[in-house]
Write a protein that binds this ligand. Structure first.
Ligand SMILES: Cc1cc2nc3c(=O)[nH]c(=O)nc-3n(C[C@H](O)[C@H](O)[C@H](O)COP(=O)(O)OP(=O)(O)OC[C@H]3O[C@@H](n4cnc5c(N)ncnc54)[C@H](O)[C@@H]3O)c2cc1C
Length: 539
């Protein structure tokens, strides 16, 4: 008898682990299989952007991630230098850290190395779904038909095989995704943009870093283009050497002794004690699957898009893919939405995946990663200043009900974030008050449908209660302003959301506005019922 489960998640990286958490929190059973014995042993991603941290805050794991990561003082600026002990070339404050940009969210970004992050996500996922994460378990075959998906899971310890039957598969199996070949017709973009090596090591670099703690230290030497990244702000570091072939390196060159030599060269200290912990050679690509879905199979994370790490978007885009996908899968599996809703995963995420991948590529091109450089080449000003992309992304699909309003004018959608409540956009952060305490709109939403109504919008809130039933996804309503428990000091919320006191917005479980009515309606229950049907592809 095959093992049966509604959703099979292939891959236990950050994207698969996040999908497991999001499904469990929506009451959907899943089985996660990961071919390795445990979570990542080498760090790759480190920057979790504020949008992803908003999601982790909403699911309840924000603090655990912050405890595992670096304190915010580590993220203050970026340094370019001839060597760690040598002449500093330039120092920049990333645009993402400016006061104006910080006001976009109640949540700060976080630097937490992937090998520290994944155990946190794994623990949290296992608490929610005991025994439903299997390690040393590789998906070795998968077929789908009208009834479901059948996958073969091979135990890597004893070679035994288990058949798993699922309704849907989330392929979070990384850049070498096996499932991708079954879903995508082609990858759009460039493969092998540049090559790089990631060296994890122990050394005490405080002498050159303690008084100028930076998120990144770029080393610019004629024969060595590299970056030091702190993992624990003390003695654990990552050293990335870029564009290997343009400087005459081959992957075989990175023996432990050679790595020590190169790290010492990067520091400018020939006798520095260094202990090598791991070496990984990799290639940056900029490619996006032309399709994110084929019937019951969904690509998420690096399986769907590979991008250079210049900008720190790969993992962030991946975990946000699952934020978009999991509420839709849950609604369909509970019979609250029609399967056509699942088409909107591709419609909403694939174009954004392409835009983010292109932006990451342009960052790396501006840093001269694809050719040998005669002198230091500093990145374009957009690098780590992509606030517009992080918060301003918006969707157009059948899971959004347009209200006829125009897209707000934005001279630079990559770096500039223009808050808006136009349907399809992220519900903007605004500070409200409850019982004298500040409350962000971000803390009111997430995980379920949330209606936010103006001070005179009680009829909309009543409509939410009238519509509540097992056939509908969970919904809550908040009235804001007037005599409501939530107040809107100075009318900031109502102006930001552009509604009259009688109006309302409906925020989807992923934090995006699904519908907005600037004012009241004659029959709010009928209107809201139609809106939900439309978002959920019913009727
Ligand atoms: C140097 C570097 C720095 C980076 N910095 C950042 C950053 O700051 N911010 C950011 O957002 N991103 C960053 N990234 C990108 C980020 O690391 C990736 O985007 C992220 O790891 C993707 O997560 P994932 O879960 O999709 O894939 P992965 O992390 O690759 O996980 C996929 C998992 O699937 C498993 N798997 C594969 N096939 C199977 C199978 N058949 N059966 C079972 N298991 C399987 C694999 O073993 C693996 O554990 C960086 C990348 C690099 C290389």
């Amino acid at each position: 008898m095959p093992f049966e489960v509604p959703v099979l998640i292939v891959g236990g990286g950050p994207v698969g682990l996040t999908a497991s958490i999001l499904l469990s929190q929506r009451g959907i059973r899943s089985l996660l299989v990961e071919r390795h014995p445990g979570t990542a042993i080498l760090p790759k991603a480190r920057g979790i952007n504020a949008r992803s941290m908003e999601m982790y805050r909403q699911v309840g794991v924000e603090q655990q991630i912050r405890d595992a990561g670096l304190s915010p003082e580590r993220t203050g600026f970026i340094i370019w230098t001839e060597s760690l002990s040598g002449r500093e070339i330039e120092r920049r404050i990333p645009g993402r850290m400016s006061a104006a940009n910080r006001s976009a969210s109640p949540v700060l970004n976080c630097l937490c190395a992937q090998d520290y992050l994944e155990p946190v996500l794994r623990r949290f996922a296992e608490e929610l779904a005991p025994a439903e994460l299997r390690f040393n378990a590789e998906m070795t075959a998968v077929i789908q038909d009208d009834q479901g998906v059948t996958a073969t899971i091979t135990d890597r310890l004893d070679g035994s095989e288990t058949a798993v039957k699922a309704q849907y598969v989330i392929a979070a199996d990384g850049a070498q995704s096996r499932v991708r070949k079954l879903v995508a017709n082609k990858m759009i973009g460039e493969e092998g943009v540049y090559d790089s090596v990631n060296i994890l090591f122990n050394a005490d670099l405080r002498e050159w870093t303690a008084d100028r703690p930076a998120a990144l230290y770029f080393v610019e030497q004629p024969e060595l283009r590299a970056t030091f990244l702190t993992i624990n702000a003390h003695d654990r570091w990552s050293f990335l050497i870029h564009s290997l072939k343009h400087y005459g390196y081959t992957p075989r060159d990175f023996t432990p002794d050679r790595c020590i030599e190169l790290i010492r060269q990067g520091v400018g200290k020939p006798d520095l004690p260094v202990d090598i912990l791991g070496v990984s050679v990799w290639e940056a690509s900029a490619m996006v699957a032309d399709r994110y879905r084929d019937r019951r199979l969904f690509l998420a994370g690096d399986a769907a898009h590979e991008m250079p790490p210049t900008g720190g978007f790969g993992m962030n885009t991946g975990v946000q893919d699952t934020q978009n996908l999991c509420w839709k899968l849950a609604a369909v599996l509970k019979g609250q939405a029609r399967p056509a809703l699942l088409d909107t995963y591709h419609t909403e995420r694939q174009p954004l995946g392409q835009l983010i991948t292109r932006t990451s590529l342009e960052n790396s091109l501006s840093m001269g990663r694809t050719a040998r450089q005669d002198s230091a080449k500093l990145p374009r000003s957009e690098f780590l200043n992509e606030q517009g992309l992080i918060f301003g992304a918006s969707y157009e699909s059948t899971a959004v009900v347009p209200d006829g309003s125009a897209i707000p004018v934005n001279p630079d959608p990559i770096t500039q974030y223009v808050p808006t409540a136009r349907p399809g956009s992220r519900a903007a952060h605004v500070w409200l008050e409850r019982g004298g305490e500040k409350v962000s709109t971000i803390d009111l939403i997430g995980g379920r449908f949330v209606l936010l109504a103006g001070a005179e919008g009680q009829a909309w809130c009543d409509a939410v209660h009238h519509l509540a039933s097992a056939q509908r996804p969970e919904m809550v309503a908040h009235r804001i302003g007037g005599d409501a428990a939530l107040s809107d000091p100075n009318g900031v919320w109502r102006r930001a959301y552009e509604i009259e006191p009688t109006g309302a917005v409906l925020v989807r479980p992923d934090g995006y506005i699904g519908w907005r009515s600037a004012r009241g309606a004659a029959d709010p229950t009928a209107v809201l019922s139609k809106v939900l049907d439309s978002i959920l592809s019913i009727g």
